[in-house]
Design a protein around this ligand. Structure first.
Ligand code: HDE
Length: 699
């Protein structure tokens, strides 16, 4: 028996660069950060010249004894670490999570239960398939991973922007990812699902059907990270102080609403601005338009069957419609800080589904159980060893006294002699906690069953919820899905894969199958759609207007433009947190004296994809510059609000846009009425009633 704890007992101190109680990279000062004015070597030796290598005479040769040259190049040679095997492309932000206290009924986790408690967080958004340098706006699932630095240890909620996954068992993860990644012989295509191997797999392995239709929907091409929902996907178990349990699903609901790009916009952005989402997040935070989400839970009784209304809660290919189990808000996330250094924070952050705090537990979802293994394992290769929790962005904000020792990149200088328990040498420290303070103490549950590579029978239903999803959407969203399947399957070469994909669509919706078959020039198989419900909550297009903070309006102007009118519009938009950018034929400024407008974009640097609305100013050039015309036509085709005042309507006419078309706002002056119309139009995201016009014309 180790000796009892003495009142003066101290645990062996854990030294780390910032030590226990570290408050995060934005507030803490790491003594090992760069300091002093002088340029030095990594060892702190001041150097007079880092521009020329040490040579025998000005024409060389370079001498081997130039240790500064070798040190500098050696470090550079090793600047890269392996990119994430999935979710390599991402963007991160700091923020704060505030609990409403509503979760106190179901969990003892302070981060969720303690009313008003503020917990620092770091969030990383990502695509899945592309490499680190790939474009943001490709059609793909998006990662939505949140690290909560709670006072009870770190909790990671590693979710996606879609509530279901391609597979029901972690053992299939390498298969789906190998199928989705570029073909191994040529490494083409980058960051795309529109190729044979992806469609080969998802049509053979039909449990992928539900996730695949989410990818083919507008959710696969978000407008912004700020306008994405997030989902924990799996069912988790929450435990209260009396050890009562419930099962829950986590939802992040964006305050700005859920919005997407159009497919053409996404494709243009991938070329014109591959950093579209990364830039949007950064700029919104810099502008003070802090993105916000409510965190909600769907709560289910923790029954032995682990089902709710017949839906298997352990099947990650299934949702529980919000109409059956409403999402109850338990807190709010605000992202209010950009990273200081991309590599140190966004690249090195390491999430893990097994990072759970007291009051939040895993379930037997076989996908989650596999993830609980994978996320630790992957960091060994990616971050070079087992000490990655000592990297600043990964450090817990709770005291750490873990008895782990040594290993690659060990930063701690541990004191004491007995990193084991029980011990008497260090007087027994550190000490195990009581249940009330501790994590990883599962509520007792009976487990039994025959060993076997099996799955529940309910996991065989692969189509009913894909059918439910499609049936729940508006006709505009449904058309986008048909367009996406037609495009993606049209990019496949193997006829057999296209035909097999149609047999899958025949089990989702007859009209969808017929439309895609027509696009591919193939016969549509007979429909076999299973019984399914509907969940209108899944729609993105909703009648209620959304806040417009962070939206951008471009005003096409020129040397003779009505600058006072531009000022009026800017004031109205900025009052709502939106931004006005002036677009002109050349850079510099417009006007003179006290009435001056700085040109934000020129006809050369501006493209329609950057703007949520375009307005032509009175006095804008009427020279038919094709770049201005293309910009307006694209925005019009993408259902964006279009406006003009004064003789700006002539420029619209050159682009084939008439004042009476839906979503077109014109007026004699840039007055309050035009501004209010613009604000209202931005709040609906797009002029959806223009859809039939666009479908019928080739503008
Ligand atoms: Fe991941 N996933 N995943 N995943 N995942 C990774 O971990 C894995 C799954 C998700 O911004 C990797 O640190 C397996 C579902 C996000 O750093 C890796 C399985 C969901 C991120 C890994 C899944 C996710 C990852 C790669 C099947 C949504 C990015 C680098 C059992 C709920 C986190 C890393 C970040 C990253 C494995 C399935 C979300 C290899 C084995 C389901 C958001 O560990």
């Amino acid at each position: 028996m180790p000796p009892a704890r003495r009142p003066d007992q101290k645990a062996p101190g854990t030294f780390s660069p910032t030590g226990v109680g570290y408050e995060g990279p934005r507030t803490g000062r790491d003594p090992r950060e760069q300091s002093g004015d002088a340029l030095t070597t990594p060892n702190g030796v001041r150097i007079p010249d880092s521009d020329h290598s040490l040579k025998a005479g000005p024409r060389g040769p370079v001498l081997l004894e130039d240790f500064h040259l070798r040190e500098k190049i050696m470090h550079f040679d090793h600047e890269r670490i392996p990119e994430r095997v999935v979710h390599a492309r991402g963007a991160g932000a700091h923020g704060v999570f505030t609990a409403t206290g509503a979760a106190a009924k179901v969990t003892r986790a302070a981060v969720l239960a303690e009313k008003g408690l503020q917990t620092p967080v770091f969030v990383r958004f990502s695509t899945v398939l592309g490499s680190r340098g790939s474009a943001d706006t490709v059609r793909d699932t998006r990662g939505f991973a949140t690290k909560f630095y709670t006072k009870e240890g770190t909790w990671d909620l590693v979710g996606n922007n879609m509530p279901v996954f391609f597979i029901q068992d972690a053992i299939k993860f390498p298969d789906i990812i190998h199928a989705g990644k570029p073909h191994p012989d040529v490494e083409i295509p980058q960051a795309q699902s529109a190729h044979d191997t992806f469609w080969d797999f998802v049509t053979l392995h039909t449990e992928a059907t539900h996730h695949t239709i989410w990818n083919m929907s507008d959710r696969g091409i978000p407008r912004s990270y700020r306008t994405m929902e997030g989902f924990g996907v799996h069912t988790f178990r929450l435990v209260d102080a009396d050890r009562n349990t419930v099962l829950v699903k986590f939802h992040w609901k964006p305050r700005l609403g859920v919005h997407s790009l159009t497919w053409e916009e996404a494709q243009i952005a991938a070329g014109v601005d591959p950093d579209f989402h990364r830039r949007d997040l950064y700029e919104a935070i810099e502008a003070g338009a802090f993105p916000e989400w409510d965190l909600g839970i769907q709560v289910f009784p923790d029954t032995p069957e682990e089902t709710f209304e017949g839906i298997d809660l352990l099947d990650p290919t299934k949702i529980v419609p919000e109409e059956l189990a409403p999402v109850q808000v338990i807190g709010t996330l605000v992202l209010n800080g950009n990273p200081t250094n991309f590599f140190a924070e966004t690249e090195q952050v390491a999430f893990h589904t097994g990072h759970l705090v007291p009051g939040i537990e895993s379930t037997n979802d076989p996908l989650l159980q596999g993830r609980n293994f994978s996320y630790l394992d992957t960091q060994l290769t990616r971050l070079g060893g087992p000490n990655f929790t000592q990297i600043p962005i990964n450090r817990p904000h709770a005291p750490v006294n873990d008895n782990t020792r040594d290993g690659f990149h060990q930063h701690a200088v541990h004191t004491g002699q007995a990193p084991y328990t029980p011990n008497s040498v260090d007087d027994g420290a550190p000490f195990p906690s009581e249940w009330a303070d501790a994590g990883y103490v599962n509520v007792p549950r009976a487990v039994s069953g025959e060993v076997g590579r099996t799955a529940p029978a309910s996991f065989d239903d692969h189509f009913s919820q894909a059918a439910l999803f499609y049936a729940s959407l508006t006709s505009i969203e449904q058309q986008h899905i048909a367009d996406a399947y037609t495009f993606e399957l049209g990019k496949c070469y193997e006829q057999a894969i296209k035909e097999r994909a149609l047999t899958v669509l025949a089990r989702i919706d007859a009209q969808l199958c017929t439309t895609v078959a027509a696009g591919l020039g193939l016969p549509a198989p007979a429909p076999e759609v299973p019984a399914h419900g509907e969940s209108p909550a899944l729609r993105q297009i909703k009648p209620t207007p959304f806040p417009i903070a962070g939206r951008k309006v471009g005003v096409v102007a020129g040397p003779g433009a009505d600058l006072a009118g531009i000022g009026t519009l800017r004031t109205a938009l900025e009052a709502q947190g939106a931004q006005l950018l002036v677009i002109a034929p050349h850079g510099g400024q417009l006007g003179s004296g006290r009435t001056v407008e700085i040109v934000d974009r020129t006809f050369a640097t501006g493209r329609s994809i950057e703007f949520d609305a375009l307005v032509v100013a009175d006095g804008a050039p009427k020279d038919g510059d094709f770049r201005a015309i293309v910009m307006l036509q694209e925005a019009f085709r993408h259902l964006k609000a279009i406006g003009a005042w004064g003789d700006g309507v002539e420029v619209l006419a050159d682009a084939g846009i008439e004042p009476d078309y839906p979503g077109v706002l014109t007026g004699r002056n840039a007055n309050a009425k035009l501004a209010a119309g613009l604000v209202a139009a931005l709040g609906t995201h797009r002029a959806w009633d223009r859809t039939p016009l666009i479908a019928a014309s080739m503008i």
